[in-house]
Design a protein around this ligand. Structure first.
Ligand code: TYM
Length: 335
């Protein structure tokens, strides 16, 4: 059975981009593959965080993932920092990665902005991400579009490690959905929808109330020519609405454009579709939030399961790279 792994940062509330680009596909993947999903709290430390808030957001993100359809009885859901093998493997991979390839990462360039005070963790972030993936021998990594470059780097590191030290890692592939892989901000449709957006009006949260979703979509930025066509370059706002509608109902954004003659009806259809898509997630979240302790136990069990896989991969990598582990190496030579 194929292995799948993906992760999400607990840096804010789950938004529509996370849901359409990644999380809803994870809910499907869990039934078709041996699936691992982690809340990557260590990645969140690359920019300043208030400790109490990080802890609370980690638990909330896990709860939101369960509400969005991840079933801890079917997939392995865990918090990254509860499996210390992630940072251990990350160090080995840092000693395989080069400064030049990390400097080329667009996320680093965007976030660090050449500042001397940017954290070293921001620079090595994609190496930790590679460790997340390689520890689980993942064949596929379901992600949104902007993660492609990080997955490419992960592949490069796995291939380089295997060439130098022997076949240790499975080389994974990114799977990116055809529609919904890059949901844009409703107020600034040339920027992707993001947890760190300037304007909350541009971001639809998975737990937003229906009236809030309706208001945000009604006020979404379009353009003065009232033509409806899918043309992300020249009509980013309208194309984003078509993309959101298409992803929500399982249609094609180019074909859907023919169904509308004015912005108001496109916005009304999009908001109805998003409200219906997210309604069950919100309802389930409110139910789950009454027993947050339940999620704690599920995450502990998830981390134990994840660790049993991660420890075996880390041991392979340590042995291959030449770390001193007499008990393991003696056992292997006697076998
Ligand atoms: P993160 O937390 O930013 O986002 C989680 C997932 O949501 C997708 N996504 C989007 N998809 C479509 N439109 C958008 N506007 C949008 N915004 C976010 C992301 O592509 C992602 O799939 N570095 C990763 C977390 C990570 C990870 C991993 C992912 C750490 N380790 C291992 C895969 C495998 C990140 O910051 O995702």
């Amino acid at each position: 059975m194929a292995r799948v792994l993906s992760g999400i940062q607990p840096t804010g509330d789950l938004h529509l981009g996370n849901y359409l680009g990644a999380v809803r596909h994870w809910a499907q993947d869990q039934h078709e593959a041996d699936a691992y999903f982690c809340v990557v709290d260590l990645h969140a430390l690359t920019v300043p965080r208030e400790p109490g808030e990080l802890r609370a957001k980690t638990a909330e993100t896990a709860l939101a993932l369960i509400a969005a359809g991840l079933d801890p009885a079917v997939c392995t859901l865990f918090v990254q920092s509860q499996v210390p093998e992630h940072t251990q493997l990350s160090w080995l991979l840092e000693c395989v990665a080069s400064m030049g390839e990390l400097r080329r990462m667009t996320q680093f360039k965007d976030k660090a902005k050449d500042s001397d005070s940017a954290r070293v963790g921001l620079f090595t972030y994609p190496v930790l991400q590679a460790a997340d993936i390689l520890l689980y021998d993942a064949d596929r990594v379901p992600v949104g579009d902007e993660q492609r470059q990080h997955i490419e780097l992960c592949r490069d590191l796995a291939i380089r490690f295997n060439n130098r030290y022997g076949e240790v890692f499975v080389v994974p592939e990114a799977t990116v959905p055809k529609v919904g892989a890059r949901v844009m901000d409703l107020q600034e449709p040339t920027n992707k929808m993001s947890k760190s957006s300037e304007s909350p009006r541009g971001v639809i949260l998975v737990l937003d109330e229906p009236e809030v979703i309706e208001r945000k979509i009604k006020r979404a930025v379009t353009d003065p020519t009232s033509q409806i066509r899918f043309d992300p370059e020249h009509k980013p706002g309208v194309s984003n609405l078509l993309q959101i509608l298409a992803a929500s109902i399982g249609g094609d954004p180019v074909a859907l454009a023919d169904d509308f003659t004015d912005y108001a009806s496109l916005k009304a259809a999009t908001s109805d579709a998003v409200i219906e898509l997210l309604r069950p997630v919100r309802e389930r979240y409110l139910e789950l939030a009454t027993d947050p302790k339940g999620a704690e136990d599920l995450l502990t069990a998830g981390a134990e399961k994840a660790q049993s896989v991660a420890a075996a991969t880390l041991a392979r990598a340590e042995d291959a790279i030449g770390l001193y582990r007499p008990s393991r190496q003696n056992a292997a030579s006697q076998a």
